[in-house]
Each structure stands twice: as C-alpha cells, then as structure tokens.
Design a protein around this ligand. Structure first.
Ligand code: MG
Length: 303
C-alpha cells in the first residue's frame, strides 16, 4: 500500500519514511500541504495519508477539510501527526475530518498499529466500492447478453429524447424482433436459443456506431437508440443489421441455425417533440408491419 507523508520538517519526514519502508509500505513524500494536495489530486491510488498538523500554507487541518469537502468518491484515510495534545486540539483534528491522530513524540509501534487499522478500513472501503460497482452494472445490464436491460435502455432513450429536443437534433429508434425464435427453442433447445440471443447481441453491437445504444427489450426483442443520426444513416444501420444476422447462420455445437430479424424504425426529425411511449410504440408498430410483410426486413413507422 502506498502512503503519502506530508510534513514540512524534513527530518521527521525521513524518520517516518524509513519506518514505513521497513513495514513494507511504499512512500510518497510531500514537503508541505500544497504539494500534498496536488499529489492526492493526481494519484488516485493514494488513499492513505499521514499529515503533519503544523505546516506553512495549507496545514494538516485544512488538508483534511479539503479532502472531505472535495466530495471525492474515493475515501482517504487520514492520520494527523501533531505535537498538540490537548483534548480541544484532538477534537478539532477529528472534526476536520481526520480518521486518527498521533501525538508527537510517538512510539514507532503505535504508528504501525494505527496504520494497520487504517489499511483495514481502506481495504473494506475498496471492496465495498467494487461491490457497488458490480451491483450497479448488474442492475443495468441483461445477464445473458450483456446488453442494457429493459429499464436501462428506456432510460437511455428518455435521456436522448431530452437531449435531441435541447440540441435540436434528429434521432432514430429501432425495434428488432428475431423471426420464429420460438421455433429455434423448440427445435434445438433452450441452450441453443440462448446462444442465438448472445450471438445476435454481439452482431447488433458490431453494427452500430460508437454512441448508439442497444438493449434487450424483452425475450427476443431488442431496442436500439441512435442519437443524432439522419434518416439515411438510420436506414443504413438497419440494413447492416439485417444482413449481419441473416447472412450467416449461428453456429451452436454441431448445428448451424439460420436466423433473421424484423426491424421497425421510428425516426424523430429535428425539433420534433416526442415522448418515450410514442416513439417506442411507433417503432414497435413498424416492426409488427415488417413481420406482416414477410419478416427479415425493415419497415418505417408512419409519421
Ligand atoms: Mg510541521
């Protein structure tokens, strides 16, 4: 673990550094509060801070304040080093946001155990952050295909509708539904059906632009949001998707499963107000029309 040691006194800095190195920590030094603040802003992995209270410029207390106020999501564990040992001083230091304090002169062993306690808290904090990240990913993605899930793709669409109204840009929505998907499940089994969904998701991802989004809307239904595109671009993307899915059967074990998709495209012209339900419904109706007209094709929503 990396530790930042901020102390304007060179000798006491070197003493702390030597001890930390002996205990297996990596050490970054700062000769004053300004420097410490700068380093902490640059090095995100630096979470453990030992800071001297009395320093010119930004002192230890102010550094605590600044770190806590920055609202940074990464938590810093701050041990305040101080020669002040009155109750008021200690309360002031903890109030400023220090996690712990050590009064000088101190015993090396005391610093060692307090650092270890801090490291435990930082490790817990980091596992918590990771768990929350994983949870938020799971809440937004479909576990089978890795695409955005129903709720999240609608959220994306809602944001894009607001953005296109604000920026006066056009956008398109494509609803896709695999043709005769039930037959795939019935003929080859559900595991094969899953493989088809996974491969379809991959092909959809590969045929949209970087800023387009695709979600699994339902069982074999997919919703694509294409912000800031012209009608021609949207049609071209639709055509690419039809071809990428129809042109190559999906391989699963010894099977080669032919698959096609029907697409419905709803285009929202520049400055045209719309709401979420309307545009989804329009794309859905167009997709249904594509089914009626023979499948493996794209139909445009009536405006
Ligand atoms: Mg000092």
């Amino acid at each position: 673990m990396k530790v930042l040691v901020a102390d304007d006194d060179q000798i006491s800095r070197k003493v702390v550094k030597a001890q930390l190195l002996k205990w297996g920590y990596e050490v970054v030094e700062a000769e004053d509060g300004e420097k410490a603040w700068q380093i902490l802003n640059e090095e995100e992995s630096l979470r453990m801070v030992i800071v001297d209270w009395m320093m010119p410029g930004i002192d230890g207390l102010e550094l605590c304040h600044k770190l806590r106020e920055s609202g940074d999501k990464s938590y810093h564990y701050i041990i305040l080093l101080t020669s002040r040992d009155s109750k008021d001083d200690i309360i002031g230091g903890l109030n400023a946001g220090a996690d712990d304090y050590i009064t000088k002169p101190y015993m090396a062993q005391e610093l060692e155990v307090r650092l270890r306690a801090g490291a435990r808290i930082l490790n817990l904090q980091q596992s918590l952050e990771k768990a929350l990240e994983a949870q938020s990913y799971q809440a937004q993605h479909d576990s089978l295909t890795g695409l955005l899930n129903h709720r999240q793709i609608l959220q994306v669409l809602e944001n894009e509708i607001i953005r296109s109204a604000r920026q006066g840009s056009s956008m398109a929505v494509i609803m896709g539904d695999l043709d005769h998907f039930k037959k795939v499940n019935d003929t080859y089994g559900h595991v094969a059906g899953d493989a088809v969904l996974i491969e379809t998701a991959e092909r959809l991802r590969n045929n949209i632009r970087l800023y387009d989004k695709v979600g699994r809307y339902g069982g074999e239904e997919f919703l694509l949001v294409l912000p800031g595109c012209t009608m021609d671009e949207a049609l071209m993307i639709g055509k690419r998707i039809l071809e990428s899915i129809a042109n190559q059967p999906i391989k699963f074990q010894d099977y080669s499963i032919p698959i096609t998709i029907s697409l419905g495209l709803a285009f929202n012209d520049i400055g045209a107000a719309t709401d979420l339900a309307d545009i989804v419904q329009a794309a859905d109706a167009a997709m249904y029309q594509a089914k009626q007209n023979g499948r493996n094709r794209l139909e445009l929503a009536a405006n």
